[in-house]
Write a protein that binds this ligand. Sequence first.
Ligand code: SF4
Length: 485
Amino acid sequence: MQDDADRLREECGVFGVFGHPDAAAITALGLHALQHRGQESTGIVTFDGVRFHSERRLGLVGDAFSDERIIANLPGASAIGHNRYSTTGETVLRNVQPLFSEITGGGFAVCHNGNLTNGLSLREGLIRDGAICQSTSDTEVILHLVARSRKNRFIDRFIDALRQIEGAYALVGITNKKVVGARDPLGIRPLVIGELDGCYILASETCALDIIGARHVRDVKNGEVVVITEEGIESHFPFPPQPMRPCIFEYIYFSRPDSILNGRPIYSLRKAMGMELARETQTLADVVVPVPDSGVPAALGFAQESGIPYELGIIRNHYVGRTFIEPTQSIRALGVRMKHSANRAVVEGKRIVLIDDSIVRGTTSVKIVRMMREAGAREVHFRISSPPIRFPDFYGIDTPVRDNLLAATHDLEEMRQYIGCDSLAFLSIDGLYRAMGEKERDPRRPQFTDHCFTGDYPTPLTDVDGTSGRFGQGPKQLSLLAEVG
Ligand code: SF4
C-alpha cells in the first residue's frame, strides 16, 4: 500500500450495455464496481432511440449517480460509462468521459482506458488541419479520426481510426444503432463481455459483471473489435494477429482481487506471487504482516509457504476521505497514520516481515517501517511481491518520471537504507512469471507487458522524447502542450 502520491495509478474503467431497459442504472452500478480504476471523474452517455443524453461529473460514482433524478435524466436502452484518473489532459469537466460528438450518420460517444503513445502527434496534425478540439484528452483524437474517415459504414470508419492510433486501449463507444468495443492489438488493457437478461455488456473487469448479476461470456481478444446490435454481437480482427501481452501490473495490483482476467483469477495469482517470494527470499521472522489492502493476498501466500504466522499488524481505516481533511502540513505529515495504524499487540517485541505489492517512490514505505518500529517491533523486514519498478509507463498508468522511481536511482542496499528496514527483497521477474503459471519469461516473446520492470516497451513511443524519456516532452509535443494548456 502507498498513499495516493506514492502509488502507480490505474487510469480508468469503462462499461457499456446494449438493449437493456435499465441501461443507465446498470452502468452506474458497473462503474461503482470499477471505482478503483479511477476516482477523479465519472460519466454516462445513453441513447433513447432519438436523442443522446449525457451526465458527466468530477468526483466519485456514488456522489454523481446515487440520485435517482440523475439516472432519470439518462433514458434509453443503451449506455456507456467511464471512470477517470487522468494521464493526458488535466482534471477539468471538458476532459470527463465519455466524449461525445455529432458526426456523419449521427452521434458517437467514446470512452477509453489506456493511453495513446501517438495521441499528441495525431492531435497536432488534426489541429493544424483545422480541427476544433473540445478537450485536452488523447481520447478525443479517436472521435476526430472516425469523423474524418472517408469510409461509408461506421464500423469501417471506427477501424480506420484504430489503425492510426498506437499504444494501449480498451475502448467502448455508442452510436444511434450500436455499442462497440475494441482492445489494442496486444491486449494491454483488459475488456470483458458479459450477458444479462439477454443483453450484452462490455466492462473493464468481471467484478463489474458480478455486481449486476451478469454472466461472464468471455474476454475481448487482443486486436478484436466487437459490435453489439439488435442482431447480437459480431467480431472484427482488423490487425495482423500477434500473441497477447497484457499488462502484468493488472495482476499484481490494478484489477480487483475478485476479478478474473484473461481467464486467470487475480486473488490466487497474488497469493502465488507471495508463495514465490517466500521461496526466493528466506526470511527469519515471527509474524507476517500485510500492508493493507493490496498486500493481503501475497502476505497470505507468503505465510502459507514460509510457515510464519500471518497477523494483521496494520489496521486500515476505510473511512479516510481525500486530502481536503488534511488542513495543515503537520496533519498531512500524519498521512499514513490517517489511513493506517500499527496493531501494537501483534508487532511489539516481534521480528516482523511486511508484505506489499510494489514500491514506487518509497516515501510511504519509510513511514510504514517507522510506524512499526514506534509500535515496538524488534526487527522489520520488507518483502515486495513484484520486481523493482525502474521504468515509467506510457500505457495508461500514472507513473512518476524515472528519476522519481526509487529503484531507478538506488540499488537494493541503498533502498533498504532509505526505507529504514532491516532487510529488503523483491520478487524476481522469473519468479513473477512462475507465479503467473509460466515456466519463465520468454525474452524473445514476453508473455506479458512488463516494461516498468524490464524497460522492454512493446509498441512505438512516438510522443516520448528520446532524450528525457518523458511523455509529450519532445519539441513537437511541448509546443502542442503549451498550445492546449
Ligand atoms: S509499464 Fe507495462 S506492465 Fe507496467 S503498468 Fe504499465 S503497461 Fe503495465
